[in-house]
Structures are given as structure tokens and as C-alpha cells.
Write a protein that binds this ligand. Structure first.
Ligand code: C2E
Ligand code: MG
Ligand code: MG
Length: 719
């Protein structure tokens, strides 16, 4: 074993440089003075770690200022032979320094270099070495001078900044996200290679461009809004968006800063496509492409929820192919598949865009029909109509691989509304109805509720008859006298009746809604207006009837037509009826729609003297906020309040309120449906000005009315 002391000294990491300590020889006094002058700058030099040096070229010696000595780690005042001083340059730098000094001394080439020196105490120090030649008046090179500055601190900073920048750009290049930066003027300042790939553009091309000039399709769209928001709120934004020009789904995260916006993004087109595919598999039938059972359940649930809120009924049609099993068995499953696909197409051809056609399973299809009308009967009629259309769609044979194949559907219908229970309940009802249809002999339509079926049949029959009633002159007008509380006859309300050949006199309550549905209300309404005005004109000519008023009911559909006012003016002109004795009865629901337009129409008619009454007042959704704006002359208290006045007592309060309201709004009040003396006494006490009802007279045909008037004492018909 060797003793530690036997070991040779470890080689120094940095080779030591022997610094010859030579006494300063006599030098030119002028040169010495220059060195002294430089000393004045010592303080500044110390702060900047900057010193001066000078080479006496004649003697080949170098003189360093104190600061330069400090930088080299030698005692102040040290001077070297030029050759030795060059040895202070660090490993690898000596040759270069030698060349530099030689060239400067030979032909005066100045230098300014950053190099490393190795100090006497073995430190590697970065310095900036600057040198220049000084010439005498004759142009001869006299000496060389320069400066030396310790720049190691700066070098450290510079290097770490460079390292950071390099690391950043390597990071931005290597991350899987695409990355780009825009400044606050929307100029693109950086783009990594993934961004180049996704956006299909080269960095050199787009950096420096305005981002919206480069991607003009995005201006005003979701990207634009999101980035603007990020700037405005100074908060990061993240979102998913489709960029159509590149058929690209992107996932974006953008972070605002002083410099601008750092935008990270991913191409998620594949994920989106997968999601769409998964959605399709989960919710659509593979064979027909129709919504599957699951999607149907979802949509039905949604429809039921909606029904509860808006109270518009819908229907489910459950369709089963009658002979499908036989086709499958005899012609093979592939042919069965072809049939199912064609059935799907035909069903799609029948429904409205808002309806759902779903394949429920096997040969079962379901139609979900929403928003089918305002009540269950109307919805049922609509559903039955649709079922008929489905039957018709099956009338032509299907072309199955060149062979005609007939098929028929059995259809079960159930109507649903807000209170129809769960999705399961509703579908079960439609399914049961479908089995009924099958039992009834196939290719049949069956309702879950047999009463519904009867009502629908009646409604359909009514509509069919109604279409011809006008041309067959089956309508007649009856007139119900209206009487002032002092017993004086003041006019009559025209009420239409339908004299049906089989059913006798049909009430307007039954056929007016149907007439509105099939659009018959417009010609019927005109006929009523004409007949009533003719009668009014006749009254005007009669001595005892000259001042009587005629009230005519007008339905919303009729009133909201663009030519309603013209129609009334035309009828007045044709019949010669006095406009000031015509009173149009409107209902509250009619006024709810387009209040402003309603007021304008009323004002145009008021201008010629026509009056207005609000019918069935109190049963609708009267809003006091618009009531006072309407140019109404009369409020008619609905007969239900008069009927109930003595049953629950509430009617009395309502009559009182309506009379008070009429007073406040300067409208006369007429009570409808007055049947008893007790009711009459009530409305007189409460302050109604007029009434109509069975107590005074039922509605009467024109001739009966004439007799009725003739029978009245003379004072009861004069104005
Ligand atoms: P309305 O305008 O409120 O007419 C009053 C209804 O009450 C009439 O029924 C009338 O016969 C009935 N009535 C009158 N006095 C009494 C009474 O003392 N007791 C009872 N229980 N009832 C009474 P109607 O004739 O069946 O008419 C029903 C509704 O049909 C009318 O209600 C009106 O809204 C509508 N209507 C009638 N004619 C027409 C018309 O020409 N056009 C339009 N659009 N609707 C009409
Ligand atoms: Mg009326
Ligand atoms: Mg009424």
C-alpha cells in the first residue's frame, strides 16, 4: 500500500501561470502620464470592472491599470512582457489573441473581441478585449492601447437567457399541441410545427400576417368572439369548435397576456367522428337508419314533458307489418331487410319534418307526432289522418329484388297530453291499440280509447258535412234581444245556427271550432255579417226598430285576417246598414294576440261609427294593462258568473268588480244569461246597464223576433 504522502500532487485543474515580477523599467514620462490619467477613471472602471492597458511596442512591454490587474488576479502595478501577458488568455484563446495583437501592432488593425482569460488564481473569466493603434504625427505607429472589461456576469445572464429561449422553443416544438401566438393587434408572431401541419400553412408565410386576414372565414364567428372575450376579460378561454374551410374540429385553450394571446389547440376531428359514430350506433337503427327504440324513448319523454308545460297534445302511432313473417320465411331475411328499408322510406315520405319515425324492433315502427292541435279530439283527428296516409303509402307494391310484394300495416293510435303518465304507459297503450287493429282484421286503424274513436269519427263526419253546409244554405241566423235594465229593447245579438238534415239544429258551440279548423269560418263569418247587416238595414227603415243595435260575433281567425276591416266596410256599404248601430263582439283571447294591430283595426272601424263589445268577459286572461287601451264600448259579463252568482256567492263579487271596472274605463256593462228574476234583481242592484237572457227572450228566428217586437208595449222600443 502506498502512503497518501507518497502520491504525487494532483494536477491543477487550471494550469498555473507564473507571473514574472519584473521591476518596471524607466519609461517615457509622457506614457507614464497617460497611465496616470487613466487612473482618474479608476472609480468608474471599478464599478464597470473595466480597465485600460497599453503596449510599449518599442520595448515589447504591457502596462495594466489597477482594474486590469484586479481582473487578472495579479498585484496592482504588475507589468509583463507582451509574450507573457498573452499567456493569460484561456485555453484555446491564446493563438487568436496572439494574431490579434500582432496584427494591431503591425498594421494598426483594431480589435474588439469577447474572450476568456485564465486569472493568476486559476479562474476562467470572460472579458471584452478592445485594442487600437496610436500613431504619431508622421503616421508612424507609436504604441497600442485598449481596454479590458470583465463581462462574466453578463455572459452568465446571456447564456441562461439563450438557454431558456432554446429550451422554450424546443418545448413548443415538441409538445403534441399545436401552438400559436398573436399579439394584441392580431398579428401572428409564432407558430409551432404542429400548428403548421394542422392549419396547412408554413411559418414563413404567415408569421407577421394579421390572423383574420389569413383566416377570413373565422371573422365574426365563435373563434373571433372567444379570442376577443379573452382579451376583454383578461381570462383564459377554452372551447371546441368546427372550422369548416379545413373540415377541422378543434379543441382550443387560449391564454391572454400583455404580449398577446397564446393559443394551444388540438385537432379533435377523429374524436368527433368517433363520437358521432358511437352516437349513431347507440341511437339509430343500422338497417334503416331510423332512430332506434332508445332514441324514440328519449324523444317521447321529452314530448311528454313539453306537453305538461304547453298543453298541446300529441300522438303515438304504433305500426306493425301484417305479413312480414311470411315474407321473411318464404323469401329470405335479406329480402325482408329490403322491405323494411323501403317501408322506412315510405314512412319518412308521409310525416312532417318535426315528427319522429322510429324502428321499434323487428317489423314494428313507431311515429311520434307532436303538437297536433289544441285539444285531444283535434289531436286524434290529426293522428287518424296520418294513419290513413300511412295506409295509402302501403297501397302500391314494394319492389323486392324485381318482384312486386304487397304489405299492409296494422296501426294503433294513442293520444297523449300532459296527464298521460310515463313513456312506458303511452307506448303500451299504442301497442295495445295496434293489437286491436290486428284483431279487427289487419290493415286497420284502432284507437286505444274507443270513445275517442267515436268522437273522432263524429268530428270527421261533422267536418265533411260542414264543408257543404254553406252552399246548401243550411245556416240560419237567430237573434237574441238585448234589453236595458229599464225594460227598453235596445237591440239583438245575431247567433248562427246550422240546420243539419239529419241532426236538426246544431249549436254554434259545436261547429264554430270545426269551421275555424277547416277555414270555413271566413266565408261563414262573411255570410253572418251580411245577413245581420241586411236585418239591421231593415230595422233602420222600420218605425219601431229604427234605433235598434245589432251585435255580431267575430272569431279570432276571422278578425286577424288582413282584409277584415275592408270586408266589414264593404258589407255595410252593400247592405246600407247604419254603421253606428253595428256592434262587433270580440273575445279576450283574440285581443291577446297582436294588441297594437288589433287596436289599429278597431280604430279604423270606429272611425265610421262601428262599436265593440268584449264577449264572455272574465273567462279569459284579461290584462288590465291593455284593456284600457282598447276602444271598447261594452263589457259582456259571461253567463257563468250570473249562473253561479247565487251558488257560491263569488259571482256576485265578480259582477260587482266588472261593473266597477266598466265605470272606470267608461264602458257599458251587459250581463249575459239572465234567466231568473233573482238574477235580474242582482244585476240591477249592482249597476249593469243592460242584459240578455232567457228571462227576456231566447234567441229567435227573424220572423219570430218581429212578432216579439210587435208584442212589446210601444215605450219599450223607443230610444
Ligand atoms: P255568445 O256570443 O256568448 O252567445 C251567447 C250564448 O249564450 C248563445 O249560445 C245563447 O244562445 C246563449 N244564451 C243566451 N241567453 C242564455 C240564457 O239565459 N241561458 C243560457 N243557458 N244560455 C243563454 P249559442 O247561440 O249556442 O252560441 C254559442 C257561442 O257561439 C256564442 O256565445 C258565440 O261565441 C258563438 N257564436 C254564435 N254565433 C256566432 C257567429 O255568427 N260567429 C262566431 N264567430 N261565433 C258565433
Ligand atoms: Mg256573443
Ligand atoms: Mg258571450
Amino acid at each position: 500500500m502506498q502512503n497518501a504522502s507518497d502520491l504525487p500532487d494532483p494536477a491543477p485543474i487550471v494550469p498555473e501561470i507564473a507571473v514574472p515580477d519584473i521591476a518596471v523599467p524607466e519609461i517615457d514620462a509622457g506614457l507614464r502620464q497617460r497611465v496616470q490619467d487613466a487612473a482618474l477613471l479608476r472609480t468608474a472602471g471599478r464599478i464597470a470592472r473595466l480597465g485600460g492597458w497599453l503596449i510599449d511596442t518599442a520595448h515589447g512591454r504591457v502596462y495594466w491599470s489597477d482594474e486590469v490587474c484586479d481582473i487578472h488576479g495579479v498585484p496592482r502595478g504588475t507589468s509583463h512582457a507582451l509574450r507573457d501577458s498573452i499567456q493569460y488568455f484561456g485555453p484555446g484563446w491564446v493563438q487568436r489573441a496572439t494574431d490579434m495583437f500582432e496584427r494591431c501592432m503591425r498594421d494598426g488593425t483594431p480589435f474588439d473581441e469577447e474572450m476568456q482569460i485564465l486569472t493568476a488564481d486559476g479562474r476562467l473569466v470572460w472579458v471584452r478585449a478592445v485594442g487600437e493603434a496610436v500613431r504619431d504625427d508622421a503616421g508612424r505607429l507609436e504604441y497600442v492601447q485598449g481596454a479590458c472589461q470583465d463581462i462574466s456576469d453578463m455572459k452568465v445572464l446571456e447564456r441562461s437567457a439563450a438557454r431558456l429561449a432554446a429550451r422554450l422553443s424546443t418545448t413548443l416544438e415538441s409538445i403534441t399541441d399545436a401552438f400559436l401566438m398573436v399579439d394584441r393587434n392580431w398579428t401572428l408572431t409564432y407558430l409551432n410545427s404542429e400548428a403548421e401541419r394542422i392549419l396547412q400553412c408554413a411559418r414563413e408565410e404567415v408569421v407577421g400576417m394579421n390572423v383574420w386576414e389569413r383566416f377570413p372565414e373565422a371573422v365574426g364567428g365563435p373563434y373571433h368572439h372567444a379570442y376577443k372575450k379573452a382579451f376583454e376579460t383578461n381570462a383564459a378561454v377554452s372551447f371546441e369548435e368546427y372550422y369548416a374551410p379545413l373540415k377541422l374540429w378543434t379543441e382550443i385553450r387560449a391564454y391572454p397576456s400583455e404580449e398577446g394571446l397564446a393559443i394551444y389547440f388540438l385537432d379533435i376531428s377523429e374524436r368527433k367522428a368517433n363520437e358521432a359514430e358511437i352516437h349513431k350506433l347507440a341511437f339509430y337503427d343500422r338497417l334503416t337508419g331510423l332512430p332506434n327504440r332508445q332514441l324514440l324513448l328519449n324523444r317521447t319523454e321529452h314530448a311528454l314533458a313539453l306537453c305538461q308545460r304547453v298543453a298541446l297534445p300529441g300522438a303515438i302511432l304504433f305500426i306493425d307489418l301484417d305479413n312480414f313473417k311470411a315474407i321473411n320465411d318464404t323469401r329470405g331475411h335479406d329480402k325482408g331487410d329490403i322491405l323494411l328499408r323501403q317501408v322506412a322510406e315510405r314512412l319518412l315520405g308521409v310525416v312532417r319534418a318535426s315528427d319522429t319515425v322510429a324502428r321499434f324492433g323487428g317489423d314494428e315502427f313507431v311515429l311520434l307526432l307532436e303538437d297536433l292541435g289544441s285539444d285531444d279530439v283535434e289531436a286524434a283527428a290529426g293522428a287518424q289522418e296520418m294513419a290513413r296516409m300511412v295506409q295509402q303509402a302501403f297501397a302500391a307494391p314494394f319492389d323486392i329484388a324485381g318482384v312486386d310484394q304487397y304489405s299492409t300495416p296494422s296501426i294503433g293510435i294513442t293520444v297523449f297530453n300532459g296527464g298521460s303518465g310515463s313513456v312506458d304507459d303511452v307506448l303500451k297503450r299504442a301497442d295495445l291499440a295496434m293489437y286491436q287493429a290486428k284483431a279487427a282484421g289487419r290493415n286497420a286503424i284502432s284507437f286505444f280509447d274507443p270513445h275517442m274513436q267515436a268522437r273522432v269519427s263524429a268530428r270527421v263526419a261533422l267536418e265533411t258535412d260542414l264543408r257543404h253546409a254553406l252552399e246548401l244554405r243550411q245556416f240560419e241566423l237567430h237573434y237574441q234581444p238585448q234589453c236595458a235594465v229599464d225594460g227598453r229593447l235596445c237591440g239583438a245579438e245575431a247567433l248562427v245556427r246550422w240546420r243539419h238534415p239529419q241532426r236538426g239544429l246544431v249549436s254554434p258551440a259545436e261547429f264554430i271550432p270545426a269551421a275555424e279548423d277547416i277555414g270555413l269560418i271566413v266565408p261563414l263569418g262573411r255570410w253572418v255579417m251580411e245577413s245581420a247587416c241586411l236585418q239591421l238595414a231593415r230595422w233602420a227603415a222600420g218605425e219601431r226598430t229604427a234605433t235598434l243595435e245589432m251585435a255580431v260575433n267575430v272569431s279570432a281567425f276571422q278578425f286577424h285576417r288582413h282584409d277584415f276591416v275592408e270586408m266589414v266596410l264593404e258589407v255595410l256599404e252593400q247592405t246600407g246598414a247604419p254603421p253606428a248601430q253595428l256592434k262587433i263582439e270580440l273575445t279576450e283571447s283574440l285581443l291577446l294576440k297582436d294588441v297594437q294591430g288589433t287596436i289599429e283595426k278597431m280604430m279604423r272601424l270606429k272611425a265610421v261609427g262601428v262599436g265593440f263589445a268584449l264577449d264572455d268577459f272574465g273567462t279569459g286572461y284579461s290584462s288590465l294593462s291593455y284593456l284600457h287601451r282598447l276602444p271598447l264600448d261594452q263589457l259582456k259579463i259571461d253567463r257563468s258568473f250570473i249562473r253561479d252568482a247565487f251558488e257560491d256567492g263569488q259571482g256576485v263579487a265578480i259582477v260587482r268588480i266588472i261593473v266597477a271596472l266598466g265605470k272606470a274605463l267608461r264602458m257599458a256593462v251587459l250581463a249575459e244569461g239572465v234567466e231568473t228574476e233573482q238574477q235580474f234583481a242582482l244585476i240591477v242592484t249592482e249597476g249593469c246597464q243592460a242584459y240578455q237572457g232567457y228571462l227576456f227572450s231566447k234567441p229567435l228566428p227573424a220572423d219570430a223576433l218581429a212578432e216579439f217586437i210587435d208584442g212589446l208595449p210601444a215605450r219599450e222600443t223607443s230610444a
